[in-house]
Design a protein around this ligand. Structure first.
Ligand SMILES: CC(C)(COP(=O)(O)OP(=O)(O)OC[C@H]1O[C@@H](n2cnc3c(N)ncnc32)[C@H](O)[C@@H]1OP(=O)(O)O)[C@@H](O)C(=O)NCCC(=O)NCCS
Length: 331
């Protein structure tokens, strides 16, 4: 019997209309366009405006686009996995809210929380359900409304993140295309350097936690930067080595978009030409779980059947990983 791989067979994406430029941030916090661009590579990011709108609303748009492109009914979907750090609610899972909004009534669903590596972890999780032969259509979503947990008085964090969401459809493939291998890692000790201080069971929301601004992203930028540079490059190199990939045979690096300098370090470690790297950080910033699927969404038309893609991510937790995909279709 031939081995079943989980292949990506369609991609969807959504970014909100509102563009928050560096020039506008200059009016909010003590910063400059020059500083932001030279230290992060970011020029602008998208922000979801509108009362009551959350991550599920962006995901709903992305999923509807995917279904329409692929000519599928919402009822065709078996499973929905949503990777997010900014769920609509603490519970129920955002995946379920999305399923309800789109009408995916035959699907079960749940969320995955692994910060910026969440989409990669969700992709690997979704692939297992396909590889067993049990499920045929698994939707993996990654997205965040980071603006909902940013302190727009903290210039070191509010300049980095943006809102956006992407999704992919996984289906079985028996011809050697799809998700071939993954290296996934976490180290909980890293939580000290990147976290949200309150709002969970250890420190529920109170007047004090709100007054102390403990519901925002807390990040020790330099420490996170050092871990990200090393770990993302390490796993990317490891997945290449273990699959016999070379700088020539890798067609695309799809990196998490946290900082252009972290992306460059990973690319250099893989000895790749700059044209082989998907980069949209200058327009979207760091959309956390959204970065990888949004790259695939924007580059989909350039991808060819048989292309070798290496996806790599690093995020809070710490979590990090790399996935090797042999792309399965021409657009
Ligand atoms: C956050 C980050 C962009 C900051 O860049 P950096 O080069 O490390 O900058 P530092 O934190 O060392 O700060 C250097 C100086 O710039 C200042 N600074 C910070 N943000 C600034 C801003 N937006 N504008 C101007 N100055 C700023 C700091 O206050 C500091 O000033 P000081 O030297 O007077 O104290 C960078 O550390 C980073 O990208 N970290 C990793 C982010 C990441 O990958 N997160 C993972 C989540 S997926």
């Amino acid at each position: 019997m031939k081995q079943i791989h989980a292949a990506i067979t369609a991609v969807g994406g959504y970014v909100p209309e509102y563009v928050l430029t560096n020039a506008e941030l200059e009016k909010i916090v003590e910063t400059t366009d020059e500083w932001i661009q030279s230290r992060t590579g970011i020029r602008e990011r998208r922000i979801l405006k509108g009362e009551g709108l959350g991550t599920s609303d962006m995901a709903t748009e992305a999923v509807k686009e995917l279904l329409q492109k692929k000519g599928l009914s919402p009822l065709d979907i078996d499973l929905v996995i949503c990777a997010t750090t900014t769920p609509d609610l603490q519970f129920p899972a955002t995946a379920n809210i999305i399923s309800d909004k789109v009408g995916m009534k035959n699907a079960f669903g749940y969320d995955i929380s692994a910060a910026c590596s969440g989409f990669l972890f969700a992709l690997t999780t979704g692939a297992q359900f396909i590889e067993t032969g049990r499920y045929k259509k698994v939707l993996v979503i990654g997205g965040d409304k980071m603006s909902s947990i940013l302190n727009y008085e903290d210039r070191a964090t509010c300049i980095i993140f943006g809102d956006g969401c992407g999704c992919v459809l996984l289906e079985p493939d028996e011809n050697g295309f799809g998700i071939i291998d993954s290296v996934l890692k976490s180290d909980g000790a890293g939580r000290a350097h990147l976290h949200q201080k309150a709002g969970g069971s250890a420190k529920p929301a109170s007047i004090e936690t709100v007054m102390n601004k403990e519901h925002y992203v807390y990040q020790e930028g330099q420490t996170v930067f050092k871990f990200a540079v090393k770990n993302m490059a390490d796993v990317a190199a490891e997945i290449m080595e273990r699959n016999g990939l070379t700088s020539e045979s890798v067609t695309w690096l799809v990196p998490h978009q946290a900082n252009k300098r972290i992306i460059d370090a990973t690319r250099e470690r893989m000895s790749l030409d700059p044209e082989k790297v998907m980069i949209n950080i200058e327009r979207f910033g760091n959309t956390t779980n959204g970065t990888l699927p949004l790259c695939l969404w924007e580059w989909e038309k350039k991808l060819k059947k048989g292309d070798n893609l290496v996806l790599a991510a690093f995020g809070g937790g710490f979590t990090w990983g790399a996935t090797y995909i042999r792309w399965g279709y021409d657009s």
